[in-house]
Design a protein around this ligand. Structure first.
Ligand code: MN
Length: 494
Protein backbone atom coordinates (compact mmCIF):
# COMPACT_ATOMS: atom_id res chain seq x y z
CA UNK A 1 0.00 0.00 0.00
CA UNK A 2 2.87 2.35 0.78
CA UNK A 3 4.55 3.74 -2.29
CA UNK A 4 8.29 3.08 -2.39
CA UNK A 5 10.17 5.83 -0.63
CA UNK A 6 12.01 8.14 -2.97
CA UNK A 7 15.59 8.21 -1.72
CA UNK A 8 16.00 11.82 -2.85
CA UNK A 9 13.52 12.90 -0.18
CA UNK A 10 15.23 11.07 2.69
CA UNK A 11 17.17 13.03 5.27
CA UNK A 12 20.58 11.67 6.19
CA UNK A 13 21.14 11.23 9.90
CA UNK A 14 24.36 10.11 11.60
CA UNK A 15 22.96 6.57 11.91
CA UNK A 16 21.11 6.26 8.60
CA UNK A 17 18.29 7.74 6.55
CA UNK A 18 15.05 9.17 7.88
CA UNK A 19 11.76 9.93 6.19
CA UNK A 20 9.82 13.05 7.15
CA UNK A 21 6.02 12.83 7.36
CA UNK A 22 3.99 16.03 7.23
CA UNK A 23 0.30 16.75 7.65
CA UNK A 24 -1.18 20.23 7.65
CA UNK A 25 -4.03 22.14 9.18
CA UNK A 26 -4.49 25.23 7.06
CA UNK A 27 -6.57 28.10 8.36
CA UNK A 28 -8.00 30.12 5.47
CA UNK A 29 -10.03 33.25 6.02
CA UNK A 30 -13.32 33.09 4.14
CA UNK A 31 -13.82 35.90 1.66
CA UNK A 32 -17.07 37.53 2.85
CA UNK A 33 -18.21 40.98 3.85
CA UNK A 34 -19.39 40.01 7.34
CA UNK A 35 -18.22 37.68 10.10
CA UNK A 36 -19.35 34.07 10.58
CA UNK A 37 -22.04 34.75 13.20
CA UNK A 38 -22.46 38.55 13.19
CA UNK A 39 -22.98 41.40 10.77
CA UNK A 40 -19.70 43.16 11.70
CA UNK A 41 -17.23 43.84 8.88
CA UNK A 42 -14.67 41.15 8.12
CA UNK A 43 -12.39 43.63 6.31
CA UNK A 44 -8.67 43.59 7.13
CA UNK A 45 -7.34 46.53 9.12
CA UNK A 46 -9.53 49.31 10.50
CA UNK A 47 -9.00 51.09 13.79
CA UNK A 48 -8.71 48.66 16.73
CA UNK A 49 -12.15 47.36 17.78
CA UNK A 50 -13.90 49.23 14.95
CA UNK A 51 -15.33 45.97 13.53
CA UNK A 52 -16.85 44.50 16.67
CA UNK A 53 -20.54 43.79 17.20
CA UNK A 54 -22.08 42.86 20.53
CA UNK A 55 -21.98 39.21 19.40
CA UNK A 56 -18.22 39.40 18.69
CA UNK A 57 -17.64 41.02 22.08
CA UNK A 58 -19.65 38.16 23.66
CA UNK A 59 -22.01 40.42 25.54
CA UNK A 60 -24.42 38.42 27.72
CA UNK A 61 -27.55 37.29 25.92
CA UNK A 62 -26.21 37.82 22.40
CA UNK A 63 -26.98 35.01 19.96
CA UNK A 64 -24.95 33.93 16.94
CA UNK A 65 -26.69 33.88 13.53
CA UNK A 66 -24.99 31.88 10.78
CA UNK A 67 -23.79 33.89 7.77
CA UNK A 68 -25.11 32.05 4.70
CA UNK A 69 -22.39 33.48 2.46
CA UNK A 70 -19.66 31.89 4.60
CA UNK A 71 -21.41 28.52 4.33
CA UNK A 72 -21.70 28.94 0.55
CA UNK A 73 -17.97 29.72 0.32
CA UNK A 74 -17.03 26.69 2.43
CA UNK A 75 -19.14 24.42 0.20
CA UNK A 76 -17.61 25.90 -2.96
CA UNK A 77 -14.14 25.33 -1.52
CA UNK A 78 -15.07 21.74 -0.69
CA UNK A 79 -16.28 21.22 -4.26
CA UNK A 80 -13.01 22.69 -5.55
CA UNK A 81 -11.14 20.11 -3.45
CA UNK A 82 -13.26 17.33 -5.01
CA UNK A 83 -14.55 16.67 -1.51
CA UNK A 84 -17.70 15.17 -0.10
CA UNK A 85 -20.17 17.83 1.04
CA UNK A 86 -22.00 16.83 4.19
CA UNK A 87 -25.66 17.81 3.94
CA UNK A 88 -25.87 17.89 7.72
CA UNK A 89 -23.16 19.41 9.89
CA UNK A 90 -23.00 20.64 13.47
CA UNK A 91 -21.37 23.61 15.20
CA UNK A 92 -19.65 22.80 18.48
CA UNK A 93 -18.14 24.81 21.26
CA UNK A 94 -14.41 24.26 21.68
CA UNK A 95 -13.62 25.46 25.16
CA UNK A 96 -10.41 27.22 25.94
CA UNK A 97 -9.33 30.49 27.43
CA UNK A 98 -7.66 33.09 25.31
CA UNK A 99 -7.61 36.74 26.36
CA UNK A 100 -8.55 37.69 22.79
CA UNK A 101 -11.51 35.28 22.62
CA UNK A 102 -14.15 36.90 24.83
CA UNK A 103 -16.69 34.05 24.57
CA UNK A 104 -14.34 31.74 26.42
CA UNK A 105 -14.93 29.18 23.68
CA UNK A 106 -14.54 29.05 19.93
CA UNK A 107 -17.51 28.03 17.79
CA UNK A 108 -16.08 25.36 15.49
CA UNK A 109 -17.13 22.05 13.98
CA UNK A 110 -15.88 18.81 15.46
CA UNK A 111 -17.55 15.48 14.73
CA UNK A 112 -19.69 16.68 11.82
CA UNK A 113 -17.82 19.11 9.58
CA UNK A 114 -19.49 20.71 6.56
CA UNK A 115 -16.94 19.15 4.16
CA UNK A 116 -15.51 15.63 4.26
CA UNK A 117 -12.78 13.83 2.33
CA UNK A 118 -11.19 15.32 -0.77
CA UNK A 119 -7.86 15.61 -2.56
CA UNK A 120 -5.37 18.21 -3.77
CA UNK A 121 -3.22 17.26 -6.75
CA UNK A 122 0.22 18.82 -6.43
CA UNK A 123 2.57 19.04 -9.43
CA UNK A 124 6.21 19.07 -8.38
CA UNK A 125 8.83 20.84 -10.52
CA UNK A 126 10.49 17.49 -11.41
CA UNK A 127 7.20 16.28 -12.90
CA UNK A 128 6.18 14.10 -9.96
CA UNK A 129 2.49 14.29 -9.07
CA UNK A 130 1.70 14.13 -5.35
CA UNK A 131 -1.89 13.54 -4.31
CA UNK A 132 -2.49 14.97 -0.84
CA UNK A 133 -5.65 13.67 0.80
CA UNK A 134 -7.96 16.13 2.52
CA UNK A 135 -9.53 14.74 5.65
CA UNK A 136 -12.06 17.50 6.25
CA UNK A 137 -12.86 21.18 6.00
CA UNK A 138 -14.79 22.87 8.77
CA UNK A 139 -15.97 26.38 9.56
CA UNK A 140 -14.90 28.14 12.74
CA UNK A 141 -14.39 31.57 14.28
CA UNK A 142 -11.08 33.39 14.35
CA UNK A 143 -9.87 34.97 17.60
CA UNK A 144 -8.89 38.61 18.17
CA UNK A 145 -5.40 39.89 18.72
CA UNK A 146 -3.59 40.84 21.93
CA UNK A 147 -1.26 43.83 21.64
CA UNK A 148 1.66 43.76 24.05
CA UNK A 149 3.68 46.66 22.65
CA UNK A 150 1.28 49.57 23.18
CA UNK A 151 1.81 50.22 26.88
CA UNK A 152 4.65 49.49 29.35
CA UNK A 153 2.53 47.61 31.87
CA UNK A 154 -0.72 46.66 30.12
CA UNK A 155 -1.80 44.51 27.21
CA UNK A 156 -4.48 45.76 24.85
CA UNK A 157 -6.87 43.70 22.81
CA UNK A 158 -8.16 44.28 19.27
CA UNK A 159 -11.27 42.21 18.55
CA UNK A 160 -11.59 43.14 14.86
CA UNK A 161 -10.69 39.59 13.83
CA UNK A 162 -12.74 38.00 16.56
CA UNK A 163 -15.54 36.03 14.92
CA UNK A 164 -14.21 36.29 11.36
CA UNK A 165 -14.96 33.08 9.44
CA UNK A 166 -12.14 30.61 8.92
CA UNK A 167 -12.06 27.40 6.96
CA UNK A 168 -9.81 24.89 8.69
CA UNK A 169 -8.60 22.48 6.03
CA UNK A 170 -6.99 19.33 7.42
CA UNK A 171 -4.76 17.23 5.19
CA UNK A 172 -3.80 13.61 5.59
CA UNK A 173 -0.13 12.96 6.46
CA UNK A 174 0.63 12.46 2.76
CA UNK A 175 3.43 15.01 2.46
CA UNK A 176 7.04 13.77 2.44
CA UNK A 177 9.25 16.84 2.16
CA UNK A 178 9.36 20.57 2.84
CA UNK A 179 9.14 21.17 -0.92
CA UNK A 180 5.94 19.13 -1.16
CA UNK A 181 4.51 20.99 1.84
CA UNK A 182 5.14 24.37 0.24
CA UNK A 183 3.75 23.19 -3.10
CA UNK A 184 0.65 21.81 -1.34
CA UNK A 185 -0.13 25.10 0.40
CA UNK A 186 0.61 27.04 -2.80
CA UNK A 187 -1.80 24.80 -4.75
CA UNK A 188 -4.49 25.11 -2.09
CA UNK A 189 -4.04 28.86 -2.20
CA UNK A 190 -4.33 28.89 -6.00
CA UNK A 191 -7.53 26.83 -5.93
CA UNK A 192 -9.12 29.14 -3.33
CA UNK A 193 -8.06 32.24 -5.25
CA UNK A 194 -9.65 30.82 -8.40
CA UNK A 195 -12.82 30.18 -6.43
CA UNK A 196 -12.70 33.58 -4.74
CA UNK A 197 -13.24 31.89 -1.37
CA UNK A 198 -10.00 33.10 0.30
CA UNK A 199 -7.68 35.83 -0.92
CA UNK A 200 -4.65 33.78 0.20
CA UNK A 201 -2.89 36.86 1.50
CA UNK A 202 -0.34 35.39 3.88
CA UNK A 203 1.06 38.78 4.99
CA UNK A 204 -2.37 39.77 6.28
CA UNK A 205 -2.86 36.40 7.96
CA UNK A 206 -5.62 35.24 5.59
CA UNK A 207 -3.80 31.94 5.19
CA UNK A 208 -1.69 30.26 7.86
CA UNK A 209 -0.71 26.71 8.55
CA UNK A 210 -0.23 24.47 11.54
CA UNK A 211 2.37 21.95 10.42
CA UNK A 212 2.49 18.44 11.90
CA UNK A 213 5.92 16.90 11.54
CA UNK A 214 7.22 13.45 12.44
CA UNK A 215 10.15 11.35 11.26
CA UNK A 216 10.74 7.63 10.92
CA UNK A 217 13.25 5.27 9.43
CA UNK A 218 11.95 4.12 6.02
CA UNK A 219 9.42 1.32 6.35
CA UNK A 220 8.82 1.82 10.07
CA UNK A 221 5.46 2.83 11.58
CA UNK A 222 4.62 6.53 11.97
CA UNK A 223 6.59 8.34 14.65
CA UNK A 224 5.26 10.77 17.26
CA UNK A 225 4.44 14.13 15.73
CA UNK A 226 4.92 17.70 16.86
CA UNK A 227 2.68 20.49 15.70
CA UNK A 228 4.26 23.79 14.69
CA UNK A 229 1.65 26.48 15.16
CA UNK A 230 0.64 29.36 12.90
CA UNK A 231 3.36 29.44 10.27
CA UNK A 232 2.51 32.33 7.99
CA UNK A 233 4.65 32.14 4.86
CA UNK A 234 5.62 29.43 2.38
CA UNK A 235 9.29 30.04 3.10
CA UNK A 236 8.78 29.64 6.84
CA UNK A 237 6.71 26.48 6.30
CA UNK A 238 9.66 24.98 4.43
CA UNK A 239 12.21 26.12 7.01
CA UNK A 240 10.10 25.01 9.98
CA UNK A 241 9.78 21.48 8.56
CA UNK A 242 13.51 21.24 7.82
CA UNK A 243 14.62 22.32 11.29
CA UNK A 244 11.95 20.36 13.13
CA UNK A 245 12.79 17.15 11.23
CA UNK A 246 16.49 17.69 12.04
CA UNK A 247 15.67 18.28 15.70
CA UNK A 248 13.62 15.08 15.93
CA UNK A 249 16.30 13.04 14.17
CA UNK A 250 18.83 14.40 16.67
CA UNK A 251 16.66 13.41 19.64
CA UNK A 252 16.09 9.89 18.26
CA UNK A 253 19.73 9.35 17.39
CA UNK A 254 20.72 10.42 20.91
CA UNK A 255 18.49 7.64 22.22
CA UNK A 256 15.62 9.94 23.24
CA UNK A 257 11.92 9.87 22.41
CA UNK A 258 9.81 12.55 20.75
CA UNK A 259 7.10 13.98 22.96
CA UNK A 260 3.88 15.10 21.34
CA UNK A 261 3.73 18.84 21.80
CA UNK A 262 2.91 22.15 20.22
CA UNK A 263 5.93 24.16 19.11
CA UNK A 264 6.60 27.60 17.68
CA UNK A 265 8.94 28.33 14.78
CA UNK A 266 11.32 31.23 15.35
CA UNK A 267 12.53 32.36 11.91
CA UNK A 268 15.17 34.70 13.35
CA UNK A 269 16.88 31.86 15.23
CA UNK A 270 16.00 29.17 12.72
CA UNK A 271 14.67 26.83 15.40
CA UNK A 272 11.42 25.52 16.83
CA UNK A 273 10.79 25.63 20.54
CA UNK A 274 8.26 24.06 22.83
CA UNK A 275 5.11 26.07 23.49
CA UNK A 276 2.95 23.62 25.40
CA UNK A 277 2.21 19.94 25.66
CA UNK A 278 -0.25 18.96 22.98
CA UNK A 279 -3.84 18.94 24.14
CA UNK A 280 -6.04 16.02 23.20
CA UNK A 281 -9.46 16.66 21.72
CA UNK A 282 -11.16 15.71 25.02
CA UNK A 283 -9.32 18.56 26.77
CA UNK A 284 -11.48 21.01 24.85
CA UNK A 285 -14.78 19.58 26.16
CA UNK A 286 -16.44 19.90 22.79
CA UNK A 287 -20.24 19.92 22.80
CA UNK A 288 -22.85 21.03 20.24
CA UNK A 289 -23.50 24.75 20.52
CA UNK A 290 -27.01 25.06 21.98
CA UNK A 291 -27.43 28.48 20.32
CA UNK A 292 -27.14 27.05 16.79
CA UNK A 293 -29.24 24.50 14.95
CA UNK A 294 -27.44 21.84 12.92
CA UNK A 295 -26.67 23.10 9.42
CA UNK A 296 -28.92 21.32 6.90
CA UNK A 297 -28.28 21.68 3.17
CA UNK A 298 -30.29 20.69 0.07
CA UNK A 299 -28.54 18.52 -2.49
CA UNK A 300 -30.03 20.79 -5.18
CA UNK A 301 -28.33 23.81 -3.60
CA UNK A 302 -24.98 22.01 -3.55
CA UNK A 303 -25.46 20.84 -7.15
CA UNK A 304 -26.20 24.40 -8.28
CA UNK A 305 -22.98 25.64 -6.62
CA UNK A 306 -21.03 22.80 -8.27
CA UNK A 307 -22.44 23.67 -11.69
CA UNK A 308 -21.41 27.31 -11.29
CA UNK A 309 -17.77 26.72 -10.28
CA UNK A 310 -15.16 28.36 -12.50
CA UNK A 311 -12.65 26.30 -14.45
CA UNK A 312 -10.03 25.31 -11.84
CA UNK A 313 -6.25 25.19 -12.29
CA UNK A 314 -5.94 21.44 -13.01
CA UNK A 315 -8.58 21.56 -15.74
CA UNK A 316 -7.08 24.75 -17.16
CA UNK A 317 -3.61 23.23 -17.23
CA UNK A 318 -4.91 20.15 -19.04
CA UNK A 319 -6.64 22.38 -21.60
CA UNK A 320 -3.54 24.56 -22.08
CA UNK A 321 -1.33 21.55 -22.83
CA UNK A 322 -3.91 19.81 -25.06
CA UNK A 323 -5.37 22.78 -26.97
CA UNK A 324 -2.38 25.09 -27.17
CA UNK A 325 0.41 22.48 -27.18
CA UNK A 326 2.16 24.16 -24.25
CA UNK A 327 4.68 22.28 -22.11
CA UNK A 328 3.48 21.16 -18.67
CA UNK A 329 5.91 23.63 -17.15
CA UNK A 330 4.64 26.63 -19.15
CA UNK A 331 1.02 25.65 -18.51
CA UNK A 332 1.75 25.37 -14.78
CA UNK A 333 3.29 28.83 -14.66
CA UNK A 334 0.39 30.39 -16.56
CA UNK A 335 -2.40 28.79 -14.51
CA UNK A 336 -0.75 29.78 -11.21
CA UNK A 337 -3.04 32.79 -11.11
CA UNK A 338 -6.37 33.02 -12.87
CA UNK A 339 -5.49 36.52 -14.09
CA UNK A 340 -2.26 35.28 -15.70
CA UNK A 341 -4.10 32.50 -17.52
CA UNK A 342 -6.74 34.96 -18.72
CA UNK A 343 -4.06 37.41 -19.90
CA UNK A 344 -2.31 34.66 -21.88
CA UNK A 345 -5.57 33.61 -23.51
CA UNK A 346 -6.33 37.24 -24.42
CA UNK A 347 -2.92 37.54 -26.09
CA UNK A 348 -3.54 34.36 -28.09
CA UNK A 349 -7.08 35.23 -29.10
CA UNK A 350 -7.19 39.03 -29.32
CA UNK A 351 -9.34 40.47 -32.12
CA UNK A 352 -10.71 37.16 -33.29
CA UNK A 353 -7.43 35.78 -34.59
CA UNK A 354 -5.44 33.03 -32.98
CA UNK A 355 -1.79 33.85 -32.50
CA UNK A 356 0.97 31.29 -32.03
CA UNK A 357 0.32 30.03 -28.45
CA UNK A 358 3.92 29.02 -27.81
CA UNK A 359 5.24 32.44 -28.81
CA UNK A 360 2.56 34.07 -26.67
CA UNK A 361 3.44 31.84 -23.68
CA UNK A 362 7.13 32.68 -24.10
CA UNK A 363 6.49 36.39 -24.13
CA UNK A 364 4.07 36.33 -21.23
CA UNK A 365 6.29 34.11 -19.06
CA UNK A 366 9.75 35.42 -19.90
CA UNK A 367 9.33 39.07 -20.85
CA UNK A 368 6.13 40.17 -19.15
CA UNK A 369 6.40 38.19 -15.88
CA UNK A 370 10.12 39.00 -15.72
CA UNK A 371 9.37 42.70 -16.03
CA UNK A 372 6.44 42.56 -13.58
CA UNK A 373 8.60 40.80 -10.98
CA UNK A 374 11.37 43.32 -11.43
CA UNK A 375 9.00 46.20 -10.67
CA UNK A 376 7.00 44.30 -8.04
CA UNK A 377 3.75 44.53 -10.01
CA UNK A 378 0.95 41.98 -10.21
CA UNK A 379 -0.47 41.02 -13.60
CA UNK A 380 -3.52 43.22 -12.93
CA UNK A 381 -1.16 46.21 -12.74
CA UNK A 382 0.67 45.40 -15.97
CA UNK A 383 1.33 48.59 -17.96
CA UNK A 384 1.35 46.46 -21.13
CA UNK A 385 -2.10 45.17 -22.07
CA UNK A 386 -2.83 41.84 -23.74
CA UNK A 387 -3.79 43.74 -26.91
CA UNK A 388 -0.47 45.61 -26.93
CA UNK A 389 1.55 42.44 -26.37
CA UNK A 390 -0.48 40.75 -29.11
CA UNK A 391 0.44 43.60 -31.47
CA UNK A 392 4.14 43.12 -30.68
CA UNK A 393 3.79 39.41 -31.52
CA UNK A 394 2.10 40.30 -34.83
CA UNK A 395 5.00 42.59 -35.76
CA UNK A 396 7.46 39.74 -35.17
CA UNK A 397 5.26 37.22 -36.99
CA UNK A 398 4.93 39.36 -40.14
CA UNK A 399 8.67 40.10 -40.22
CA UNK A 400 8.32 43.83 -39.52
CA UNK A 401 10.69 43.61 -36.55
CA UNK A 402 13.23 41.10 -35.28
CA UNK A 403 12.91 39.40 -31.91
CA UNK A 404 15.67 41.64 -30.59
CA UNK A 405 13.95 44.85 -31.67
CA UNK A 406 10.73 43.47 -30.22
CA UNK A 407 12.34 43.50 -26.78
CA UNK A 408 13.24 47.18 -27.20
CA UNK A 409 9.71 47.85 -28.43
CA UNK A 410 8.25 46.02 -25.42
CA UNK A 411 10.33 48.23 -23.14
CA UNK A 412 9.00 51.38 -24.87
CA UNK A 413 5.38 50.19 -24.62
CA UNK A 414 6.00 49.31 -20.96
CA UNK A 415 7.27 52.75 -19.99
CA UNK A 416 5.46 55.03 -22.47
CA UNK A 417 2.40 53.10 -23.63
CA UNK A 418 1.02 53.51 -27.15
CA UNK A 419 0.24 51.42 -30.20
CA UNK A 420 3.22 49.16 -30.95
CA UNK A 421 2.80 49.34 -34.75
CA UNK A 422 2.65 53.15 -34.67
CA UNK A 423 5.75 53.26 -32.47
CA UNK A 424 7.66 51.08 -34.94
CA UNK A 425 6.65 53.40 -37.81
CA UNK A 426 7.38 56.61 -35.96
CA UNK A 427 10.78 55.56 -34.65
CA UNK A 428 12.03 53.76 -37.74
CA UNK A 429 12.38 50.43 -35.95
CA UNK A 430 11.39 48.34 -38.96
CA UNK A 431 13.64 45.47 -39.78
CA UNK A 432 15.65 46.05 -42.95
CA UNK A 433 14.83 43.23 -45.33
CA UNK A 434 15.97 45.19 -48.39
CA UNK A 435 18.89 42.99 -49.47
CA UNK A 436 20.60 45.85 -51.30
CA UNK A 437 20.83 47.96 -48.16
CA UNK A 438 22.08 45.03 -46.09
CA UNK A 439 24.55 44.05 -48.79
CA UNK A 440 26.16 47.48 -48.69
CA UNK A 441 26.77 47.10 -44.95
CA UNK A 442 28.04 43.54 -45.39
CA UNK A 443 30.48 44.64 -48.10
CA UNK A 444 31.79 47.43 -45.94
CA UNK A 445 32.40 45.17 -42.92
CA UNK A 446 34.05 42.47 -45.00
CA UNK A 447 36.29 45.04 -46.73
CA UNK A 448 37.38 46.48 -43.39
CA UNK A 449 38.37 43.08 -42.02
CA UNK A 450 40.29 41.21 -44.73
CA UNK A 451 42.25 39.04 -42.22
CA UNK A 452 39.13 37.75 -40.54
CA UNK A 453 37.42 37.27 -43.90
CA UNK A 454 40.34 35.06 -45.00
CA UNK A 455 40.18 33.04 -41.77
CA UNK A 456 36.44 32.55 -42.11
CA UNK A 457 36.92 30.27 -45.12
CA UNK A 458 38.60 27.67 -42.86
CA UNK A 459 36.73 28.54 -39.70
CA UNK A 460 33.04 28.93 -40.65
CA UNK A 461 32.21 29.73 -37.02
CA UNK A 462 33.80 33.15 -37.69
CA UNK A 463 30.65 34.09 -39.56
CA UNK A 464 29.02 34.69 -36.18
CA UNK A 465 31.45 37.53 -35.51
CA UNK A 466 30.59 39.11 -38.86
CA UNK A 467 26.84 38.77 -38.21
CA UNK A 468 27.36 40.59 -34.93
CA UNK A 469 29.23 43.44 -36.65
CA UNK A 470 26.61 43.85 -39.37
CA UNK A 471 23.74 43.80 -36.87
CA UNK A 472 25.55 46.42 -34.80
CA UNK A 473 26.17 48.63 -37.82
CA UNK A 474 22.49 48.39 -38.78
CA UNK A 475 21.34 49.32 -35.30
CA UNK A 476 19.90 45.82 -34.87
CA UNK A 477 17.45 46.37 -37.68
CA UNK A 478 18.91 44.12 -40.38
CA UNK A 479 17.03 40.88 -40.89
CA UNK A 480 19.35 38.27 -39.29
CA UNK A 481 18.50 35.54 -41.82
CA UNK A 482 19.31 37.85 -44.73
CA UNK A 483 22.58 38.93 -43.09
CA UNK A 484 23.59 35.35 -42.53
CA UNK A 485 22.86 34.30 -46.10
CA UNK A 486 24.66 37.29 -47.60
CA UNK A 487 27.74 36.85 -45.39
CA UNK A 488 28.07 33.17 -46.23
CA UNK A 489 27.91 34.00 -49.93
CA UNK A 490 30.45 36.84 -49.63
CA UNK A 491 32.87 34.88 -47.46
CA UNK A 492 32.61 31.80 -49.61
CA UNK A 493 31.21 29.54 -46.90
CA UNK A 494 28.95 26.65 -47.85
MN1 MN B 1 -8.62 25.70 14.06
Amino acid sequence: MNAPVKTAKLIKGATGDFEVIVGMEVHAQVTSKAKLFSGASAAFGGAPNAHVSLVDAAMPGMLPVINEECVRQAIRTGLGLEAKINLRSVFDRKNYFYPDLPQGYQISQYKSPVVGEGVVVVDMPDGEIVRVGIERLHLEQDAGKSLHDQHPSMSFVDLNRSGVALMEIVSRPDIRSSEEAKAFVAKLRTIMRYLGTCDGNMEEGSLRADVNVSVRRPGEPLGTRCEIKNVNSLRFIGQAIEVEARRQIGVIEDGGAIEQETRLFDPARGETRSMRNKEEAHDYRYFPDPDLLPLELDQAYVDALAAALPELPDAKKARFTADYGLSAYDADVLVGERESADFFESVVAADGRRRDPKAAANWVINELFGRLNKDGHSIAESPVSAAQLGAVLDLIADGTISGKIAKDLFEIVWSEGGDPRAIVEARGMKQVTDTGAIEAVVDEIVAKNPDKAAQAKDKPAMVGWFVGQVMKASGGKANPQAVNALLKAKLGIE
